[in-house]
Design a protein around this ligand. Structure first.
Ligand SMILES: [Zn+2]
Length: 432
């Protein structure tokens, strides 16, 4: 098997033609098998045969997370007896949704991850240490496992957490690559420093960073990414994926966004009104899954905002690339005309040493506009000094300055416990 498909080096025109064919194929399939889409098409009087060009897909309504949640089993295109795996979304933004997979879907998933790891310079000579769960209906864990097997590389299934055990295994089995959440890689670094382990003498050469962004909008490393690479000379590869789309966008060695795999998914980047935004402009990642048998999705709005790029990549691939997720669509903040998302603000705050902890609050001001208050627990220098540093940083990066309020440890803890979440809140949305 060739792990870099030919289509990834074709001209944009060829890729469009190819996707044209694949999209029509999946539309016909859901028209024949999906109760949800059959109902939708017939209520709108849509004949699938009329959709002769990829552009006409825009005549179809988008599918929201809420649609998928409320009509979960209407999306199933096969008899229940054909389902092999029941996976689930994490439910961080509401109730979990079940994603059922057939044997063919599992094979598609393995293929997806195999070409994704190839994109991240993975070869059969690599030994991957998996620092994530393979249970709890977690699709990605299974996908990485099967993808690496397909690649012919070696695997160590350690699971999440336990830095001491991870290091014991790194030193004993000498993996070349880690698959881990970037903030956990920081914990590995801390453990190494405390235990006199020389990071740069370890066998590890690279890490596939899952679940959290480690780049800025400009595709440079964010604070998290920088902290890792300053301590440890390893190549970092970002990846964006979700359970619903059953597909990953993984960076190559050029670190210029995650590559699109045209045989697996069709991507549109949409604005609030459902119009496509130009390349280089933030838009909502909207996907149509290709080749999915059990629960294919048509024009599924992920709620994730990112920037897509279409210029040729140094790795030779001509496919579209997705920059890091800038934030969730419903968390967008418009402060004095500037658009921002909580992760970008978190990144700025984590650049200031005196900031020990924080909670950002957005609310509706008297004029109906968004207002932003940043509650900071600080150490070290006095309030005025820290305020000046923060104001300068916000002004330089975002061109606006929010209200900054210093609070005590108790006040921060009280703010973080608002709501029912088990995770402490860093972002509170009190907008009307
Ligand atoms: Zn590339």
């Amino acid at each position: 098997m060739k792990f870099t498909p030919d289509i990834e080096g074709e001209t944009p025109d060829k890729i469009r033609q190819f996707q044209d064919f694949k999209v029509k194929e999946i539309l016909t399939y859901v028209g024949n098998h999906s109760p949800y889409y059959q109902k939708m098409f017939s209520s709108l009087g849509i004949q699938i045969g009329d959709i002769t060009e990829l552009q006409n897909i825009r005549a179809l309504p988008t599918t929201s997370k809420d649609d998928f949640h409320r009509h979960n089993w209407d999306f199933l295109c096969v008899p229940r007896s054909h389902i092999v795996e029941y996976t689930s979304t994490s439910g961080t933004t509401g109730y979990p949704v079940t994603i059922a997979l057939t044997e063919s879907d599992l094979q598609r998933l393995a293929y997806n991850e195999c070409i994704s790891f190839t994109c991240a310079d993975g070869t059969s000579n690599d030994l991957f240490q998996l620092m994530l769960t393979l249970d709890r209906q977690f699709m990605a864990g299974m996908a990485y496992y099967e993808g690496i097997r397909k690649l012919g590389a070696g695997l160590i299934r350690v699971g999440p957490g336990l830095p001491a055990m991870q290091w014991e295994i790194i030193q004993r089995l000498k993996p070349t690559a880690l698959v881990a959440v970037p903030s956990f890689i920081l914990k590995l670094i801390d453990y190494a420093h405390l235990n006199n382990i020389d990071l740069n003498k370890s066998s590890v050469r690279k890490a596939i960073c899952i679940g959290e962004g480690m780049r800025t909008q400009e595709l440079t490393l964010n604070t998290l990414g920088r902290r890792i690479s300053e301590a440890w000379n390893i190549q970092l590869y970002g990846t964006y994926a979700s359970t619903e789309m059953q597909t990953a966008f993984t960076e190559c060695g050029q670190s210029r966004g995650g590559h699109h795999h045209p045989e697996l998914i069709y991507v549109e980047m949409l604005d609030d009104d459902g119009n496509e935004v130009p390349f280089g402009t933030p838009g909502e990642i909207t996907v149509t899954t290709l080749g999915v048998e059990a629960m294919p999705l048509i024009r599924y709005r992920t709620g994730d905002i990112a920037i897509a790029y279409q210029d040729n990549c140094g790795c030779g691939r001509t496919t579209l690339r997705l920059g890091p997720v800038l934030g969730r669509k419903q968390q967008m903040i418009k402060l004095k005309g500037t658009t921002m998302y909580p992760p970008g603000i978190f990144d700025l705050l984590s650049q200031v040493d005196e900031v020990v902890d924080y909670v950002i609050e957005v609310y509706t001001g008297e004029l109906g506009t968004d207002e932003l208050r940043i509650n900071v627990l600080r150490k070290g220098r006095d309030d005025q000094d820290v305020v000046r540093t923060l104001r300068d940083l916000f002004q330089a990066k975002l061109r606006v300055t929010p209200d900054i309020l210093f609070v005590s440890q108790q006040q921060i803890e009280k703010l973080q416990l608002i709501g029912q979440s088990r995770k402490p809140f860093k972002f509170i949305d009190n907008r009307k």
